[in-house]
Each structure stands twice: as C-alpha cells, then as structure tokens.
Design a protein around this ligand. Sequence first.
Ligand SMILES: C[C@](O)(CO)[C@H](O)COP(=O)(O)OP(=O)(O)OC[C@H]1O[C@@H](n2ccc(N)nc2=O)[C@H](O)[C@@H]1O
Ligand SMILES: Nc1ncnc2c1ncn2[C@@H]1O[C@H](COP(=O)(O)OP(=O)(O)OP(=O)(O)O)[C@@H](O)[C@H]1O
Length: 283
Amino acid sequence: MADAEVLRLPAPAKLNLMLRIVGRRDDGYHLLQTVFQFIDRYDWITLHRRTDGLIRLLTPLPGVPEDQDLTVKTAHLLRRFTGVRYGVDIEIEKNLPMGGGLGGGSSDAATVLLGLNALWKTHLPLRDLMGLGLQLGADVPVFVNGRSAWAEGVGEVLAPFDPPEPWYVVVVPACHVATAQIFSAPGLTRNNKPIKITDFLAGQQENHCLPVVSELYPEVRAALCSLGQFARAKLTGTGACVFAAFPDEAGARAAAVALESNWSVFVARGRNRSALHQALKLA
Ligand SMILES: C[C@](O)(CO)[C@H](O)COP(=O)(O)OP(=O)(O)OC[C@H]1O[C@@H](n2ccc(N)nc2=O)[C@H](O)[C@@H]1O
Ligand SMILES: Nc1ncnc2c1ncn2[C@@H]1O[C@H](COP(=O)(O)OP(=O)(O)OP(=O)(O)O)[C@@H](O)[C@H]1O
C-alpha cells in the first residue's frame, strides 16, 4: 500500500444507540450525548490517484450535484489544506440509504480523507484529519477516529466506549429524513438532562429526535411498530432507519425474514472497530 495508485476502501455505516439533546450553541448547532457504533454494512469508495491535480467523481449520486458531493468536497479540502499537487478520480458504490441516519455521506467523506492521506502521501495525523472532517459534518470525526464512542459536543468530543456487539435488524423506511429539518422543528426538546455511561448501560437509551420524526414521518412510526414486535426498536440519528438488537444471528435473521414482505430490511453485526481502519491497517 506504501505507493499504491489505486485504493478501494469500505465506508461503514453507524448506528446511534441513543441520542440525547442537552443544549444548543449560539450558532444553532445542538449539543448532544450519543453512542456511536459501526456496523458491517458499507459503501465502497475507489480512489485513483491523478498526477494532473484534477478532482473528479466518476459515479455521481442521483440528486447530488458533483460539486456538492461530500467525497468531492473532502478531496478539495485536503488538497487546499496540504497544498499537494496530486488529484483523484473517485468512484462510489452506494449501498447505504441516503438520509437514513446511518451516516453514509459522512462515512464516505472520512474514507476519502484517510484514503487520500495515504494515496497522496500527505501523512497528516488522525487528530488533524478529525479537525478537517468536522468542517464537513458533525458525524465525520467519529468515522475518521474509527472507534465506537460516547460522544458529546455536536458529536465531535469522543471518548472510547465499547458496547456489546450484537446482531442488528435495520429497517429502511421509504423516506429520506433531512437532518436540518428535524433540528429546526419547534417541537424538539432541547434542554434534556445529561446522563452518564452507567445510566446508558442501565437502559436509558432514548432518542430525543424520535417524537418529532414519528410525527412528521408516518412511515418511520410504522417501521418502529413493526420491528417493535420482535425487540426494542430504536431510531438512529434523525432517522429514517430504525433498528433493534438481537443476541444471535439466527434471531436477527428470523425477524428480518418475517419483516421483509412489508419492509426493506437488512441484518448487520455491531462493530467497535471501523472496517476502514482495519483495511488501512490502522486498527
Ligand atoms: C444527528 C446525527 O446523525 C447524530 O449522529 C448527527 O449529529 C448529524 O450529523 P451530520 O449529518 O454530519 O450533520 P451536519 O451535516 O453537520 O448538519 C446537518 C444539519 O443538522 C443540524 N445539526 C446537526 C448536528 C448537530 N449536533 N446539531 C444540529 O443542529 C444543523 O442544522 C445542520 O445544518
Ligand atoms: N457521498 C454522499 N453520500 C450520501 N449523501 C451525500 C453525499 N454527498 C452529499 N450528500 C448529501 O447529504 C445528504 C445526507 O446524506 P447521508 O446519507 O449522510 O444522511 P444520513 O445517513 O441521514 O446522515 P446522518 O446520520 O449523518 O444525519 C444526502 O441527502 C445528500 O444530499
């Protein structure tokens, strides 16, 4: 990998195992407490190094102009920050639903940051890459850091935390939730009491976005109800996806089979180390 010209790397999804809103900053961003865990479901990003400095996306996503795609923005940001003269052709194999609360766009951005840092031989430390990532989105630093985490601030103050790694059933409702719409909703509660990790482990695992998302998106409400027949069903991030944990693969697959006639659904394993870090031998 030392002088590779092409890299194909995974961009894993995340789940928010709980999400508390405990305040709001002057710039409007919300102060959160959340637990991030990765799952073994990925987008795949291929990076072809160019010597002429051009940055191109070979696989534009429906509805996302090329210059707005987070992978393209990331490559430009790293090029500006380092002054490197290389460019890149980017290919995205999209498996993660957009606007699903699985962090797909943020994870794609983190994969481009770490991948180009190797391919362009810029060798920035993870700390600098996390700082750059935060300029792209509140969820990017955890993907750059590559460890499951207890997170505070706007999601960027990360403390390592290894929850159990169960099997999950994830239901993907046929709607996209815009994160900004949920965070600007008048009905959102913004002054909830902060909790400790011990409270989380004792079962305090609510998502404070859930009441607003359920009200605005009946599909999400129905998905929670269907999945809730099998296990405690939760919302990830601001949705739209909902998930539930199962102690073993057989239980998860049985629930998924029962749900799949009515829902788009997949089974994935919780992972406390990012597959991206494993692929780059950082883990
Ligand atoms: C809800 C989470 O998915 C939990 O993991 C994330 O905090 C969202 O992270 P993200 O998608 O990377 O969010 P960003 O792209 O930074 O922000 C999208 C919009 O959501 C709102 N936003 C986001 C994060 C946050 N802590 N407070 C906010 O108010 C802001 O209005 C922002 O304009
Ligand atoms: N490479 C990308 N992949 C996905 N979405 C992108 C990308 N680049 C830009 N976007 C834009 O970002 C929006 C949010 O995408 P994403 O899939 O990350 O949502 P999400 O899973 O709800 O994220 P989060 O959990 O971080 O809120 C998309 O609707 C799209 O307009």
